[in-house]
Design a protein around this ligand. Structure first.
Ligand code: HEM
Length: 254
């Protein structure tokens, strides 16, 4: 063994046996089933995945990866949205000009904005297709009926994100879309007027509406979606991983 190799091994040994390292990674490389299982359950990220998965659940043509793609698009939205926030100011005097500047003057602004818009459209479409897949494979049946409801909530929050984002460019399309949308909310039985006022912060679409939509769009809704998806993913694990054909048929179809 060369000296360099010996030194390398010593450093690795020293680091992986230090108290700091072991406070992050509680197990060494697992070489038996018990240690493998402990490694998974003591790590929050690995813990989200089930320890065992059905062979059928891994088939691309079973899930089409649609839930995963929807989640990926949500992450893209988070990153691109965070970048847009460096330039966009939610004020009726500035919002429209800021969007024009992002689109035409700021380096890569057009790219980031378009990525944000395409990912938003994609997320709505993929969430809907994911819902169709879950329905078609009967994955809403017990024990997954609660996760179906959690999914519906995640889907509705996704639509709310889409709707609140629509006002932010503060152009004619945004203004009138939200005017019409809030008029519709105003026709809700019994609570219509109050609902419209809560949404707009006043009788018409103006500065209070813009700041409300902005707050919902960049803070309240995204963080609620993160929490709801946390439950969604945890539930998949607790319900025994991705659904599949009844036991016995699994082998033939795997
Ligand atoms: C809005 C964002 C959503 C995200 C990011 C998401 C993500 C996921 C992921 C990653 C999975 C694992 C399997 C797969 O990829 O298909 C999954 C499973 C599941 N999702 Fe969603 N989902 C969302 C919305 C929904 C909606 C709208 C519904 C239905 C109303 C739903 C119901 C379910 C159910 C029941 C499962 C378990 C399926 C099975 O075991 O086969 N989800 N979801």
């Amino acid at each position: 063994m060369t000296m360099a190799r010996e030194l390398f091994d010593r450093v690795v040994h020293g680091v992986t046996n230090s108290r700091v390292w072991r406070s992050f990674f509680r197990h060494g490389l697992p070489d038996n089933d018990l240690d493998r299982s402990l490694t998974i359950t003591s790590n929050v990220f690995l813990h989200l995945h089930p320890v065992r998965v059905r062979r059928s659940g891994l088939r691309l043509t079973y899930t089409w990866g649609l839930g995963g793609i929807t989640f990926f698009l949500f992450l893209v939205l988070g990153v691109t949205g965070g970048l847009l926030m460096f330039y966009y100011v939610p004020s009726v005097e500035r919002a429209y000009d800021d969007i024009v500047a992002i689109q035409s003057a700021i380096p890569f602004g057009g790219l980031i904005r378009n990525l944000h818009r395409w990912a938003a459209e994609g997320m709505v479409i993929c969430a809907f297709l994911h819902l169709c897949r879950v329905f078609y494979t009967g994955a809403y049946k017990p024990p997954r009926e609660f996760n179906w409801i959690v999914g519906i909530v995640a889907g509705l929050l996704t639509l709310a994100e889409s709707y609140t984002g629509y006002l932010l460019p503060w152009d004619q399309l945004a203004y009138w879309a939200v005017t019409v949308g809030s008029e519709i909310a105003g026709y809700t039985p019994f609570l219509g007027a109050q609902l419209r006022t809560i949404l707009l912060g006043g009788p018409v679409v103006g500065q209070p509406a813009l700041i409300r939509f902005y707050n919902l769009h960049v803070f309240i809704l995204p963080f609620t979606i993160v929490a709801v998806l946390g439950i969604h993913f945890w539930r998949i694990r607790k319900d025994g991983g991705i659904s599949g054909p009844p036991p016995g048929e699994d082998k033939e179809q795997g």
